[in-house]
Design a protein around this ligand. Structure first.
Ligand code: KG4
Ligand code: ZN
Length: 339
């Protein structure tokens, strides 16, 4: 018998819903929130209100595009955390009400684990190369940077993580310093393609073990630009592409150093990346190159499953559903990572 899972994601500024038939995607709908752009970052109160407006149309669209009826749904999977509490509450409340109305199980999903499990989403007609357990996953998003050992769909342990800013946050903050729009990651990515990655060098952290730090890099960019702008007020305008390429190069260096070290220490050669920053072309290219040099099998999720989406929530929910791990109507969201 086929299993149909509705996944709901509302942890930050994207309202998303997706339907999976077993592990195969039927629909994947995301409504972004333009309202935050003018503020240069996500405004939590506005995000909750936009989720409230978007959630029903988005879920309705996901069900229609999947060409199923809501009565066919086997379970509803939703992001329980980590994320903005007000945003999560919208998804959690809707998931609970819908599951109650349809009399089907609820499945709680951790957003960071779901980013990793995005590797297992199957697309009809496309070959799907999935990682074998155990594998290493570098999960890089706007709020988290985690190096994870994945032993099974539900057995994961953090080998290292950032002690301050996340990789995505670093891209966003660097973009802000350069006067680029939010979110900065994709903008830096596209400008970096026309720039020289070795033109400028920025400080790299010296952090123990497999942990990361990015706050020093941000400060180094800030001080460097402050000095250069004193000499030439149009320094950023004249060097934008090279600045973006050099910043991206440094972030990718910091990430890859630890990923290579984790593979050396664990002997694991199945290596993937996940999360919004795994959309970055520099990081994707470097993973391929390192993979070739180190004999790794590398895994990069399809582009549409890198930044926040509900397909990853549905696949994570699917694996829990198969094990009978259901949530209760008393389920509550959580703000911080619970690995
Ligand atoms: O996973 P995600 O969509 O949301 C969180 O869970 O945080 O990640 C969003 C982050 C943002 O910081 C954004 O700037 C970054 O991912 N990002 C990128 C790219 N696309 C998104 N960073 C670098 N290059 C990209 N192409
Ligand atoms: Zn995310």
């Amino acid at each position: 018998m086929n299993t149909y899972i509705l996944g709901i994601e509302s942890s930050c500024d994207d309202t998303a819903a997706a339907i999976l038939k077993n592990d195969t995607i039927l629909s994947n709908v995301t409504a972004g929130q333009e309202v935050h752009r003018q503020f240069g970052g996500v405004v939590p109160e506005l995000a909750s209100r936009a989720h409230q407006q978007n959630i029903i149309p988005v879920i309705d669209a996901a069900i229609r595009q999947a060409n199923i009826t809501k009565k066919q749904l086997s379970a509803i999977a939703f992001t329980q955390g980590p994320g903005l509490l007000g945003s999560l509450l919208v998804g959690v409340s809707f998931a609970k009400s819908f599951a109650l109305a349809l009399n089907i199980p609820l499945v709680e999903v951790d957003h960071m684990k779901a980013h990793i499990l995005a590797h297992f989403i199957r697309n009809e007609g496309r070959t799907n190369k999935v990682p074998a357990f155990p594998f290493l996953c570098l999960t890089v998003s706007g709020g988290h940077t985690q190096l994870v050992r994945v032993d099974d769909y539900d057995r994961m342990s953090i080998l290292g993580q950032t002690i301050d800013d996340a990789a995505g946050e670093t891209f966003d903050k660097a973009a802000k310093i350069l006067g680029l729009p939010y979110p900065g990651g994709p903008v830096i990515d596209s400008l970096a393609k026309q720039g020289d990655p070795l033109r400028f060098s920025f400080s790299k952290p010296n952090v123990e073990g497999l942990n990361f730090s990015f706050s020093g890099l941000k400060t180094s960019i800030l001080y460097f630009l402050r000095d250069e702008l004193k000499k030439d007020p149009d320094f950023i305008g004249k060097n934008k592409n090279d600045l973006c390429a050099s910043i991206e190069h440094t972030v990718v260096d910091i990430l890859m150093d630890k990923l290579i070290r984790a593979s050396d220490e664990t002997g694991i050669k199945e290596v993937g990346i996940a999360g919004g920053v795994s959309a970055n072309s520099g990081l994707r290219q470097r993973l391929f190159d390192s993979g070739e040099a180190s004999g790794w099998n590398v895994y990069i999720p399809e582009f549409e499953y890198t930044t926040d989406n509900a397909a990853m929530i549905a696949i994570a929910g699917y694996f829990r559903y198969l094990k009978g791990e259901f949530g209760a109507q008393t389920s509550a969201p959580y703000a911080r990572s619970r690995f």
